[in-house]
Design a protein. Sequence first.
Length: 142
Amino acid sequence: MSESGNIIATGRVMRDRKGRTWVGVPRRSACKSCGQGDRCGMSVLGGLGGDQTLRLPLDGVDYQVGDVVNVSCPRDGLLAAAMLAYGLPALGLMGGAVCAVAFQVKDEYQALGALTGLILGLMITRWAAARAGLPNMNVAKE
């Protein structure tokens, strides 16, 4: 589902109880290659999440509830966002654990060092995401 370097998903405009407008995009399965459906472990795990609709806020756009729209995001922007969201916290976790091991502290403190690194990684991620200038998603009527 990509066109000219963009990842495109189709969704429907909806409104919640508080009057906010959203685009509901159905989540896709992580794996569609085997066709085993309900017998697949990934399918079972995916079903545990409850509501499988991703809701994206839609502000400043004049669409009616029920309109079908395309949501697109540049592929490199999605990759950068994923690296921020997963990479920095993982590096913080590993860095905190390595630092604790380097100081040859007890196991409990090594776990605390890993947790501290994770928390710092999450804080840096939040700060970096606000300043990274990641590309916005574009919404267009189908």
